[in-house]
Write a protein that binds this ligand. Structure first.
Ligand code: V4E
Length: 219
């Protein structure tokens, strides 16, 4: 399991030029994401994001320390950090533990599989967001382990991210330092956290969920 540390940024033609100067384009791809939650937002209220991307399941969930929410001083870091789990049986167990009350334990175990979606209805999960992203990815000359993604979502929002994947137990500070240094090289001067695709999607298409997550300080 790895931890994804990232900083989002807004970009224009100057940023693109700076990225092309210091980086190498390693490809462009397109993928559709479907995000799932219960009707009363049990997962997203716990800052946990279950999605199916290219027929594979992924769970982004908070690390033991801060993730997307405010840090102890009340300040929100420009960076977020989330664990990424891709093993479906583990995703199922974690999601089930977050959704089910302890009194409901002892029911029969479902073994989820990529071909059988019945575990979704068993846990009361429905798709609340679906969109397609076109992503261009860059690596940096002379900077190991940093990737820059430029995302264009099909609902008309584009956003960049500087990303470092850290193996669990790895050095978070060094990852954040690499991100800070890269942001500096690109001439970014974000002072506040930039909205990701999902934040904008929820604001536009799921205003009730957006308002609830905003007041719970998840977004
Ligand atoms: C973690 C999270 C959400 C799930 C989507 O994560 P995100 O990194 O925005 O999507 P994407 O497509 O870039 O995923 P990748 O391919 O990099 O794995 S939706 C909201 N969050 C939390 C969150 C937050 N509170 N603030 C910011 C700036 N980003 C994410």
């Amino acid at each position: 399991m790895s931890v994804e540390v990232e900083q989002k940024f807004l970009f224009d033609s100057d940023t693109l030029k700076a990225i092309e100067d210091i980086g190498v384009c390693v490809g462009q791809k397109q993928f559709q994401d479907q995000y799932f939650d219960t009707a009363d937002f049990k997962l997203t209220l716990q800052d946990t994001w279950l999605r199916r991307r290219k027929q594979s399941w992924e769970l982004k969930c908070p690390t033991a320390t801060f993730s997307g929410t405010a840090e102890p001083g009340g300040e929100r870091s420009l960076c977020t950090q989330y664990k990424e789990i891709t093993n479906l049986p583990e995703i199922y167990q974690r999601v089930k533990a977050l959704i089910k009350d302890s009194g409901e334990e002892g029911e029969k175990e479902t073994t989820p599989s990529a071909e059988d979606d019945s575990w979704l209805s068993e846990l009361g999960l429905c798709c609340f967001a679906e969109f397609t992203t076109t992503r261009r990815s860059f690596t940096l000359k002379g900077e190991e382990g940093v990737q820059i993604d430029l995302d264009q979502a099909d609902f008309g929002y584009h956003v960049g991210e500087i990303e470092v994947l850290v193996p669990e137990g790895g050095n978070m500070q060094s990852a954040k330092e690499k991100i800070r240094h890269t942001a500096q090289r690109l001439g970014l001067n974000e002072e506040r956290r930039v909205a990701g695709k999902m934040t904008v999607y929820l604001e536009r298409y799921r205003p009730e969920q957006y308002a609830i997550l905003l007041s719970a300080h998840v977004l």
